[in-house]
Design a protein around this ligand. Structure first.
Ligand SMILES: NC(=O)c1ccc[n+]([C@@H]2O[C@H](COP(=O)([O-])OP(=O)(O)OC[C@H]3O[C@@H](n4cnc5c(N)ncnc54)[C@H](OP(=O)(O)O)[C@@H]3O)[C@@H](O)[C@H]2O)c1
Length: 274
């Protein structure tokens, strides 16, 4: 790849799933990819790995500084680090909700704030924030996860407008179900077990959610979408990626009356009104 087309890329949450697939595919296409994780193990075949904990401001600053020291520039940043806090809204403690927001929303904010001065000076750059279909519609028993992704969506819409004058682009990728380790890393609110008024419905819905994830697309689908975006001059506000049925579901939110769409989401999760 020519030097001008080779992009320097930083990806958070690249130790598994979507982030890892993105790091490998972009690296295999000749981009200089720096993947990150809280506890990096070996480098990938086509990308390096470094330490970055998105909940720790110093860790974010150190990781960005080390990419800049090695490469002298930073063209693409992918905010992928994230996890799901599951539980009824009533069962999630404020401390658990804060942890969810600290990784999924404030983590991406910390990284954006750390890279923007460099991108402004370069007068170029692309920020890709990995949202979710849960960032387009509130999902039952994943309310705090949806809240974190809705926050990421709002911030990205604003950011795009502010940085356009500096030649910087920002966009959202909304994956549907993807077959990753998301199930393994999912945290359950402490109060969601015995004694919760929601326990039976929660367990039923989580079983459905987990079987949907098991039938998810491979993370390489998301990586291919990212690769296409990285090679574009201009990007749109958001892109969805995943099973066609889920992508149609997103479009139906725009077309259907609110209660009708909600009824559909509840039915898909095996829920109904009293
Ligand atoms: N899988 C899906 O169905 C799906 C659907 C829609 C959206 N998404 C979104 O896609 C992103 C990646 O999810 P995935 O399914 O690929 O999950 P995954 O396989 O569980 O990977 C999560 C990644 O996030 C990293 N991470 C977690 N907390 C972190 C922190 N504090 N600092 C730095 N890195 C942290 C983990 O790295 P370490 O533990 O090594 O630090 C890991 O690399 C998430 O934002 C998720 O919300 C996933």
């Amino acid at each position: 790849m020519s030097k001008s087309r080779r992009k320097v890329v930083l990806i958070t949450g690249a130790s598994s799933g979507i982030g890892q697939a993105c790091a490998e595919l972009l690296g295999a296409h000749g981009h200089a990819v720096h993947g990150t994780s809280r506890h990096p193990r070996a480098d990938g075949a086509h990308h390096r790995m470094a330490v970055l904990d998105v909940t720790d401001e110093d860790s974010v600053q150190r990781a960005v500084a080390s990419v800049l020291a090695a490469e002298g520039r930073l063209d693409v940043v992918v905010n992928c680090a994230g996890f799901v806090m599951a539980g009824a809204v009533e069962d999630v403690s404020v401390e658990e909700a804060q942890r969810q927001m600290d990784t999924n929303f404030f983590g991406a904010l910390r990284v954006c704030r750390a890279v923007l001065p460099t991108m402004r000076a370069q007068r170029s750059g692309l920020i890709v924030n990995i949202s979710s279909m849960g960032g387009a519609a509130g999902l039952p028993f994943q309310g705090l996860y949806s809240a974190s992704k809705f926050a990421l969506e709002g911030m990205t819409e604003s950011l795009r407008q502010e940085v356009a004058a500096f030649g910087i682009e920002a966009t959202l990728l909304q994956p549907g179900d993807v077959l990753t380790r998301v199930r393994e890393y999912r945290q359950r609110a402490r109060q969601s077990g015995p004694g919760s008024a929601y326990q039976e419905a929660f367990e039923r819905v989580m079983n459905l959610v987990e079987s949907g994830e098991g039938a998810g697309v491979p993370p390489e689908h998301v990586a291919r979408k990212l690769l296409a975006l990285v090679e574009r001059q201009r990007v749109d506000v958001r892109y969805s990626v995943g099973r066609l049925s889920q992508r149609i579901g997103l479009v139906s939110k725009r077309l259907l009356p609110g209660r009708t769409f909600e009824h559909l989401v509840m039915a898909l999760h095996g829920m109904s009104r009293r």
